[in-house]
Design a protein around this ligand. Structure first.
Ligand SMILES: Cc1cc2nc3c(=O)[nH]c(=O)nc-3n(C[C@H](O)[C@H](O)[C@H](O)COP(=O)(O)O)c2cc1C
Length: 321
């Protein structure tokens, strides 16, 4: 199997999977600003198996304009994986990731995502079934640890890695927080460093990466092969360019309002192309993020959350100065 993960220059810059955010339009923008690899939103194994309409929509992508694209699976029924993988491969994705990190209520309620680490035999079966079924590289994403249900200790990423050490897993994206931390609190650089030393594939550090300086800190402290960016990209897909500038030249520049308006409009156009009417509900949050921090942003927000179509977006952006 040719493994694209081993062909990148390092550090590898990835768009991390984000439900509701890392859709085709956002992936195209991130790729245009220098992302090496982009992850889709998490996609249900059950939905793929049973051909659910909204799940199948997640298979639509624009390969030429997104670069290397990894589809992320979530679910906990190994018997459905073969069929799900078949559909992902037919759609043309470059890689498959498995979600072992999500703490979202609706995922945890069904004992998926991060809670799969509480049943390492099942987690192992899921990895096994995926690796056996796939002819494209398989990666995993998880967190540092989760407490046992009876609170008598915790299960760590190292317990998990040990359990799957015999399988051909090409990459690990490791969110440097525990399940209990949720989405805030400090990043455990020491554990990410240790994971890089122990895991034989590519390791991407994730969590709290909001500026080029944060990325440098992650690389320096852990020695990882690359990083996965998530909320730091809200309203700022050009962060990839800033990171590359910073790592190459030691400096980077901020985008001014005119540049930001241009990117925001491009985002709206890409969304309307890929999602038609639904696009304008989704573009509203992105527009607010793009303009966050500018003087007058809160007045603008009132207008931006009401856009109904592309011409509203154009008109509203034109008024902002
Ligand atoms: C809105 C949102 C949606 C997310 N969706 C997913 C997902 O589908 N799959 C996944 O593995 N992680 C998901 N995550 C977690 C991120 O990929 C990332 O691990 C987390 O946000 C930590 O990085 P950050 O501190 O830089 O945001 C999501 C996070 C956010 C904020």
């Amino acid at each position: 199997m040719s493994n694209f993960w081993n062909k990148f220059n390092k550090p590898i810059l990835a768009l991390a999977p984000m439900a509701g955010i890392s859709d085709s339009a956002f992936r195209q923008l991130c790729y245009s600003f220098g992302a090496d690899v982009v992850y889709t939103e998490m996609t249900s194994i059950d939905g793929l198996y049973y051909k659910g309409k909204t799940t199948l929509e997640l298979l639509d992508f624009n390969h030429k304009k997104e670069g290397k694209v990894v589809l992320q699976l979530f679910g906990k029924r190994p018997e459905l994986i073969k069929k799900a993988v078949e559909r992902v491969e037919e759609a043309g994705f470059d890689g498959i990731d498995i979600n072992f990190g999500c703490p979202a209520k609706k995922v945890v309620a069904h004992e998926g995502g991060i809670t799969l680490l509480r049943d390492l035999n099942l987690a192992q079966e899921i990895v096994h079934a995926t690796v056996e079924s796939a002819s494209i590289p398989v990666s995993i994403k998880t967190r540092i640890s989760i407490n046992k249900k009876d609170q008598t200790g915790k299960i760590t990423v190292f317990d998990f890695l040990d359990k799957i050490k015999d399988y051909n897993v090409s990459a690990l994206m490791l969110h440097g927080r525990t399940y209990e931390q949720g989405f805030s609190g400090s990043i455990d650089f020491d554990s990410i460093k240790l994971a890089k030393e122990k895991f034989k594939g590519v390791v991407l550090g994730n969590g709290g990466l909001n500026t080029p300086e944060d990325i440098k800190e992650m690389l320096d402290k852990t020695g990882v092969d690359g990083v996965g960016l998530a909320r730091g990209l809200y309203g700022k897909p050009w962060l990839f360019k800033q990171i590359n500038d910073y790592l190459q030249n030691g400096k980077y520049s901020e985008f001014d309002l005119e540049q930001i308006k241009k990117v925001a409009l491009k985002h709206a156009k890409l969304l309307s192309k890929s999602k038609n009417d639904k696009a304008f509900l989704e573009i509203r949050k992105h527009l607010c993020w793009y303009l966050k921090g500018f003087p007058g942003a809160s007045d603008w927000r009132a207008k931006l959350v009401r856009v109904e179509n592309l011409s509203d977006v154009k008109k509203t952006l034109k008024q902002l100065s």
